[in-house]
Design a protein around this ligand. Structure first.
Ligand code: ADP
Length: 374
């Protein structure tokens, strides 16, 4: 069990590559923090600095209030699980899990207790005498987790541990790791490039881009209150639609206008705008595909937030349908996630209604949200 504090952490690799830039993060005991972001954004580097596998160029790392910048990995009481599992091929599952403890000269009986308990937690008791070559990908992943569990570390670090598994197994292991976290009651720091993994597993998510933290928040807040355009479009199974609009006030009401379309911005959202200086100016409007509707009732009830579109492609996914739409005039493409019973067909010209209470707005220069949270 441990809390961590990363203060002003920088990593500059030889050749002047800044991989992590002024990273600040407080992690409380027992949290499940996910570092997420596109490839190359500095997630692994951050994790490796916590593990002690990578030197910290500048800044301070505290574990349980103790400065550990110069403490070697083996003395940090941390266990790391890698994407590549890194199992010893010539050893049985039992010995793979026991090896690190033997090196520490732990009494045999205690090693045996820990290995069997970890095997039981992970459901691999029947595999203890096998060698890694005789295991499936999912089983190997469990052994790698087991090897970390037996050390009873203060902090678990996981670097893309599910990347080598097929899609179905990945979803299954996702829940297993979440359960493991609940059972072990230990601090987890988990790295992934997959926003879905981050959203489903993390109690807190840190989204990074180009070595810089973009937002540090709960999954729900990241989804509902993205701090900027990057967060808005990275989080969500289907990407948020972004349209450049002009905010036009008329008769005490506010409208977001583009091409021939005018969408009434609800007063509650206008009140949340950080500044009056956006009035009369161009901003980015964001709307998630699931907040665009083609059902008759919704359209009838939303005369102030209709836009005219032509349907370009209809993607049937089974439980939902994606409509790829082109707005009138210019070439703004948007996607709507609608009911699979939608009658829309390619070539149709239809109105769609935006759920105006779910609008997001961003500054066109800074790309930051212009809305305060409620
Ligand atoms: P991520 O885990 O998000 O994919 P990394 O932390 O692996 O990103 O890498 C961040 C940046 O640092 C990338 O630009 C990468 O090319 C660079 N980088 C990573 N490791 C090294 C290294 N050993 N030497 C030089 N540059 C590196």
């Amino acid at each position: 069990m441990a809390s961590l504090s990363l203060r002003g952490i920088h990593k500059v690799y030889p050749g002047d590559v800044t991989a992590v830039n002024d990273f600040n993060l407080e992690i409380e005991d027992k949290e499940f923090v996910v570092l997420v972001g596109p490839s190359g954004c500095g997630k692994s580097t951050t994790l490796r600095m916590v593990a002690g596998l990578e030197e910290i160029t500048k800044g301070e790392l505290y574990i349980d209030g103790k400065l550990v910048n110069n403490i070697p990995p083996k003395d940090r009481d941390i266990a790391m699980v890698f994407q590549s599992y890194a199992l010893y091929p010539h050893m049985t599952v039992y010995n793979n899990m026991a090896f690190g403890l033997k090196l520490r000269k732990m009494p045999k009986a205690e090693i045996d207790r820990r290995v069997r308990e970890a095997a039981q937690i992970l459901g691999i008791e029947a595999l203890l005498n096998r060698k890694p070559a005789a295991l499936s990908g999912g089983q190997r992943q469990r052994v790698a987790l087991g090897r970390a569990i037996v050390r009873e570390p203060k902090v678990f670090l996981m670097d893309e541990p599910l990347s080598n598994l097929d899609a179905k197994l990945r979803v299954q292991m996702r829940t297993e790791i979440t359960k493991l976290h609940k059972r072990l009651q230990t601090t987890f720091i988990y790295v992934t490039h997959d926003q879905m993994e981050a959203m489903t597993m993390g109690t807190r998510i840190v989204l990074m881009k180009d070595g810089v933290m973009q937002q540090n928040d709960t999954p729900q807040n990241l989804f509902d209150h993205p701090a900027n355009l990057f967060v808005a479009t990275f989080i969500g199974t289907t990407q948020m639609n972004i349209i450049k609009v002009k905010l036009v006030p008329r008769e005490g009401k506010m409208y977001a206008e583009f091409e021939n379309n005018s969408i009434r911005v609800p007063d509650a959202i206008v009140k949340r705008m950080k500044s009056d200086r956006y009035i009369g100016k161009e901003v980015y409007l964001g709307i998630r595909p699931e907040n665009m509707h083609d059902e008759e009732e919704f359209i009838a009830a939303s005369p102030d937030s209709l836009i005219d579109v032509s349907v370009e492609i209809v993607e049937l996914m089974g439980s939902e349908t994606y409509l790829h739409l082109q707005t009138s005039g210019k070439d703004d493409n948007v996607v709507a996630r609608v009911d699979p019973r939608s009658p829309a067909r390619a070539g149709d010209k239809i109105p769609v209604a935006l759920d105006a209470n779910r609008l997001h707005f961003f500054d066109v220069e800074t790309e930051k949200t212009i809305l305060n949270r409620v």
